[in-house]
Write a protein that binds this ligand. Structure first.
Ligand code: COA
Length: 182
């Protein structure tokens, strides 16, 4: 458990494991149903429970963090590292989501902070990237507050219900001193 940035409540954030598959799957499905959409994926192509459990097993390339209130999973984020030898200096965060009824309490900020701390502690990672739907202004401001900046915008990244959505490409330089091929 850690204190929230506002210092007003205790925010529980930890690495997720395969044992969290059911809770993660449920939160993720809620995320994919939300409007305006924040994610390109759709519920029909989401991994099933056993595939989800396999994904939650921590690896060198990928890990998931969850925010908890009273042992209920209420927020999620994924940190992935590119695996090709000439791309391992880059990581990306994805899938940030906090259930609507738990927003504005510091969970989103702590989830991003945990993912970035993790990336900063992995030798060789110099940069963290992400993409974010241009309508998700709260998320964009949150990322900017950590130093991410927008370096491009991809038009019509995905569609839903006949409408097209653009995404900003954002990047954060973590540690330019790290060995490029570490
Ligand atoms: C983005 C998201 C994860 C933020 O979660 P959260 O738990 O509400 O975030 P926090 O409580 O840590 O708030 C982060 C900042 O956003 C601000 N904020 C949160 N909700 C806000 C709102 N509706 N309007 C204005 N500001 C808001 C907070 O004041 C805080 O700013 P501060 O730290 O300078 O005070 C959440 O809104 C969400 O799940 N959105 C939909 C999914 C999404 O957009 N994901 C990003 C995919 S790339």
């Amino acid at each position: 458990m850690m204190e929230s940035p506002q210092g007003t409540s205790l925010v529980g954030v930890r690495l997720l494991t395969p044992a969290d598959a059911e809770a993660y799957h449920s939160v993720r499905l809620q995320a994919l149903h939300e409007q305006p959409p924040a994610f390109g994926s759709v519920p029909e192509v989401e991994p099933n429970l056993s595939e989800t459990a396999a994904r939650l097993a921590e690896s060198d390339e990928c890990c998931f963090f969850g925010a908890f209130q009273d042992e209920q999973l209420i927020g999620i984020i994924r940190l992935s590292r590119y695996s090709a030898p000439n791309e391992k200096h880059r990581a990306y965060i994805a899938g940030l989501y906090v259930l609507p009824q738990f927003r504005c309490r510091g969970y989103g900020r702590v989830l991003v902070s945990e993912a970035l701390s993790r990336a900063a502690n992995i030798s060789g990672i110099r940069r963290v990237n992400l993409t974010v739907v241009t309508q998700q202004e709260v998320a964009i401001r949150l990322y900017q507050s950590f130093g991410f900046h927008i370096y491009g915008t991809e038009p019509e990244t995905f569609s839903r219900d006949g409408q097209f959505y653009d995404e900003h490409l954002m990047t954060l330089e973590l540690n330019s001193g790290n060995d490029r091929n570490a």
